[in-house]
Write a protein that binds this ligand. Structure first.
Ligand SMILES: [Zn+2]
Length: 391
């Protein structure tokens, strides 16, 4: 039986504010947005109505950096983090997730990220991945970054490759150009953006390797996406200039307040970047979900351990609106429209005609009451679906 879904009278942020309108969903897509949509149905077509009075409708969030198949391990084997669960994503209103490997490119593999991406799709969310890991040369699926991008639908970029960090491979400019060139050309062949996502560490002058690679090649600055740009005061200062010059800036949500002694609070970081005249469309926010958060004492002993949560991007989005007094459109853009355009995810990141029906309904207390992913309810009346092995 055909199934139509009509969301009545939601306060819609596309992320632009559209006001109180109805949304009609069929076949996983938004097929109409307008005032007082009335439906006459028959002939075996079923219409489901949801009264959205008092609810905001926002696009499903897109998290561009989650260690979906687990990560960590930097404090020894007992500190390896587990795979992400469906519930962890739904808690953050996330309907699209981009998986990456991380520090351990030696015992973990992009193959397990690829399989986890397929599992998340089967559980109902949209998912893609970055090939590679911290290390260079990067571990891949087919033996080459460019070939992974050209041939494997789920692979949309390479990352997170570490630079300016004590755990990085310290590639020279030529190696970074080589990596970006493979991502760019492989991306072209596969019809993808081929983004090079770079884990930024604590080195001085951390963005220098990117500038050197751009100056010595014809690769555009926008091919690169440095992440963790709020990890310390000096990289955040450099990020402002980088963003004004056309660079992309990805901020990390889940490590704050864990590292609040050194990090810039992500909601404040977005506001300050805008105040520094960085264009909004250059800024994205990702969670670093399921990354490990190890704390070491002065002697290098592990003294505390936590795990990053994907839902942190939702918390930060709310903080932007409630604490930083930012407009909903700006706060939402960094977790919806901007990552959709940056990673070139068609049908994602907006509420509008022809877009995927990835919609989150939120009440006045910012509680997620409903979540639709490609037209299917994964959260309904506050109750979320569970992943395969979740209790
Ligand atoms: Zn990282």
């Amino acid at each position: 039986m055909e199934h139509l879904l009509l969301l009545k009278g939601a306060d819609i942020f596309s992320p632009a504010p559209l006001g109180l309108l109805d949304i009609l969903v069929a076949g996983g897509k938004i097929i109409a947005v307008g005032p007082s949509l009335e439906m006459q149905v028959g002939g075996g077509i079923e219409l489901e109505l949801i009264d959205c009075a008092g609810l905001k409708a926002v696009p499903g969030l897109i998290d561009g950096h989650v260690h979906v198949a687990g990560a960590g391990g930097e404090g020894g084997p007992a500190t390896r983090t587990p795979e992400v669960t469906l519930s962890q994503l739904l808690a953050g209103g996330i309907t699209t997730v981009i998986g990456c490997l991380g520090t351990d490119g030696y015992t973990r593999s992009p193959l397990s990220v690829l399989m986890k991406v397929k599992a998340l799709r089967a559980e109902g969310v949209s998912s893609w991945m970055l090939t590679g890991a911290y290390q260079v040369p990067p571990p891949t699926i087919t033996g080459d970054v460019g070939r992974d991008l050209a041939l494997i639908e789920e692979v949309i970029g390479v990352g997170e490759v570490a630079i300016s960090d004590h755990r990085a491979s310290f590639m020279d400019t030529g190696a970074l150009i080589d990596l970006a060139s493979k991502a760019r050309v492989g991306g072209m062949l596969g019809g993808k953006a081929g983004i090079v996502q770079l884990h930024m560490g604590d080195a001085e002058n951390p963005l220098r390797p990117i500038h050197d690679a751009v100056e010595a090649s014809m690769i555009p600055l926008s091919q690169f996406m440095p992440t963790h740009m709020n990890r310390n005061a000096w990289i955040f200062e450099a990020a402002k200039e980088f963003g004004r010059k056309g660079g992309r800036i990805d901020l990390t949500a889940s490590s704050y307040p864990y590292f609040s002694d050194v990090e810039i609070k992500p909601s404040i970081a977005v506001r300050e970047l805008l105040a520094a005249e960085v264009p909004l469309d250059r800024i994205t926010l990702s969670s670093d979900g399921n990354g490990s958060l190890p704390g070491f004492d002065d002697r290098g002993n592990l003294v505390r351990l936590d795990i990053g949560q994907p839902s942190s991007i939702y918390t930060v989005m709310v903080d932007m609106v409630v604490q930083e007094d930012m407009a909903m459109e700006s706060a939402l853009s960094v977790v919806t429209r901007n990552p959709a355009r940056t990673y070139r995810l068609p049908g994602k990141g907006e509420i509008g005609l022809g877009y995927d029906a990835d919609i989150v309904l939120v009440d006045e207390e910012w509680q997620i009451t409903h979540l639709l992913a490609r037209g299917r309810f994964l959260v309904k009346a506050g109750v979320g679906k569970k992943g395969t092995f979740e209790p």
